[in-house]
Design a protein around this ligand. Structure first.
Ligand code: NAP
Length: 253
């Protein structure tokens, strides 16, 4: 199968987990990678590995919440290397605790998982539309199929970006490709904190291969693994009282 032709790719949250695996997946000669994260040491090490695979790399420490810095960096990258693919991947999965109320958890989660996605994609969306080429992928989750009592802030943030991506896909149809990525459990720093069973947990490398294949095929929603995605879709079809009763038993993040 032919690989994605993308020559210029920007990935947020490339310093760990799925973003790291995607960066390494796409790293090869002829590819320009713009990578961001917050941890300098981890991001530098990944940038080095990508260079080792032959890619040109620009690695930047930028918080996705910083709208101005994001716009400046992304426009600069796009001026020099018009982006073929932008993956808005950076995200967090915070738990509430005795030190962090539901209000604080939700505000922080939405700032990164929702506003951070806007800050990542808006600087380039109209540019891509003008040149009638380019692809934007938004990282949601299977938890974004429905509000989940065990992860209210997280699932609501992913419902929001999933819906936004689906809407943009239609709105920009024929000019910019827009895709939503909905993984189940993937090994990463985020899931390493979970103290509950994670069915069908897969490696980040495998997830990156599935995502890249879905993007190559321009799938609207790239949801995997099949059993988790199927179960989540099925839950949304059940009568509310039944899905409520099932989900009330789901583990707390
Ligand atoms: N793992 C799963 O099971 C799973 C399932 C569904 C969806 N997802 C989604 O996949 C994405 C990646 O998560 P992951 O599982 O790979 O977790 P991870 O290993 O914790 O990676 C998260 C990445 O996002 C970056 N990030 C977080 N907050 C940021 C901010 N404010 N500004 C810039 N970068 C920020 C992190 O950077 P630093 O480490 O440098 O701070 C890191 O590179 C997230 O959107 C997550 O919701 C994950």
């Amino acid at each position: 199968m032919t690989e994605q032709k993308a020559g210029s790719i920007l990935i947020t949250g490339a310093s760990s987990g799925i973003g790291e695996a995607l960066a390494l997946h796409y790293a090869k000669p002829g590819v320009f990678l713009a990578l961001s994260g917050r941890d300098q040491e981890r991001l530098d090490a990944i940038a080095q590995s990508c260079r080792g695979r032959g890619a040109d790399v620009d690695a930047q420490i930028i918080d996705v919440v910083d709208e101005q810095a994001m716009r400046q960096w992304i426009e600069q990258v796009d001026d020099a290397h018009p982006l073929d693919l932008l993956i808005a991947n950076a995200g967090i999965g915070l738990a509430t605790s005795k030190d962090r109320s539901l209000h604080e958890t939700t505000k922080k989660t939405f700032a990164i998982n929702v506003t951070g996605v806007f800050n990542s994609i808006h600087p380039v969306l109209e540019r891509m539309k003008k040149r009638q080429s380019g692809q934007i992928a938004i990282m949601a989750s299977v938890a974004g199929f429905r509000g989940m009592p065990g992860a209210a802030s997280y699932s609501a943030s992913k419902v929001a970006v999933k819906a936004y991506g689906e809407a943009l896909r239609g709105a920009y149809w024929g000019r910019v490709k827009v895709n939503v990525i909905c993984p189940g459990f993937v090994e990463s720093r985020m899931t390493a904190q979970n103290r509950f069973p994670m069915p069908f947990l897969m490696t980040a490398d495998k997830a990156a291969r599935i995502i890249a294949k879905g993007l190559r095929k321009n799938k609207g929603v790239i949801a995997f693994p099949f059993p988790t995605a199927f179960a989540m879709r099925f839950l949304t079809l059940l009568p509310q009282a039944l899905s409520d009763a099932i989900l009330r038993r789901s583990p707390q993040k």
